[in-house]
Design a protein around this ligand. Sequence first.
Ligand code: SF4
Ligand code: SF4
Ligand code: SF4
Length: 441
Amino acid sequence: MMNLILSRECGNSCPYCFDEAEKQAGQKHFISMEEVGAFAKWAYNARLPYLSLSGGEPFLHPKLGMIVKLFRQNCRDTAIRILSGGVFNKDVLDTISPEDAGIIFNVNEPKDYENPKHFCKVINNIETAIRKGFRIGIGFNVWRLDFDTAFISNLAHRLALPRFTWAVANPINGLPSKAVLPEQYPAFSERCFQMLQEAARLNIEAGLDCSLPLCFFNDAQMGWVRQYHPGTASLMGTCEPPPIDVTPELEVIRCFACSKAARLKLRDFHNQGEIEEWFQKHIDAQLLHKGVFPYCSECQHLKEGRCYGGCLACREEDIGLVREKLNSPSLEQQMDEALGTGKADLALSYFNAANHWLKTDAATFKAAVAASKLGDWTQALRYATKANYNATEFETMRKIREFIASIPSSALDTGVEVAANEGSNVFVSLPVQTVRGKDST
Ligand code: SF4
Ligand code: SF4
Ligand code: SF4
């Protein structure tokens, strides 16, 4: 998902405000029509499938109606939604056609608005938007232990909405925060689970907005969540692909929480996929050698890429280091250099020491080449097969196939493993290579 920040202004008072760093960093309060036009041109060329107009409060942008029309006319295939905190003058709704954009309202419990009138304003605006025919969603950020677990389900029920989205408010890298700390998760997750049970009781589905650790719920809870709230279960573990925020200056940040890690220029990229790949390679992969808990680095879910070990913004010191090391050689470059100087064992040791996310298809293929140079053809085939499985570029796939075809079959330990479970069908697995005491990844 890509979010375009239209406004840094906001009259709301969310205690966990995720836009705080941007409010401080930004030069402009509102995006100019010139930048909107440039973004629309980029989005059209990039065939952007979805776009969220966000803020601050996007409804405070004095030309919101024109902006939505401009996108509708120039990017017909891009689905548009507006992300709002709901504190705005309801007349602005008349400037937008319900056919052109949906609206997601972020709603807090009444006690969390500094101005007590704001909760009523938000609810009035949601009801007005529904009556005008807008497609509406509501979202809820949980940020403290004593939250009302029935609040958001009851509100969705009252508004006749079949689902809501929710997230645990994350800290913002480099800023003081009121977000829940990872060490509070055990008590906190019980209350979140209660919230999901309240939702299921009212036949309302809850989708997760921002990833949570895979161990946030225990195994039994997770089994239940998978059945009743698949939109929550599917987002647990990793935050891939990263949500991307584009500032009014058309700078790109990975997400609000990691806004201090790197800022890119939108026009340097052809499409959303290229931007996601850059962030995954230069930010995510560099940070994922550990997680928010001391035991994450030994967790199989982190090692195998099923979990990010919690929000990246919780790794404040590491984000600073990542920023400093943006131009240092990648794993692939290090392996190339080692292979180029005949040090295949060094190339393999770089590879084995790297985390799951740094082991790209290109790096894994280099590990195959290194293993072959050391005479370990069985391991070379294992690496090459894995690289082939993950590769997406035609040229890379061709090279890997040629490499696999060149492996002398007499050098392989092959076999067919028959796996049988009592009481179940016997099945024959793919040929399994016997690993000779090396890393089997
Ligand atoms: S609505 Fe958004 S920008 Fe405004 S205070 Fe809440 S989180 Fe911050
Ligand atoms: S990596 Fe860390 S946060 Fe993720 S499941 Fe393992 S222990 Fe939990
Ligand atoms: S790093 Fe991931 S979990 Fe943390 S705020 Fe960004 S998208 Fe959400």
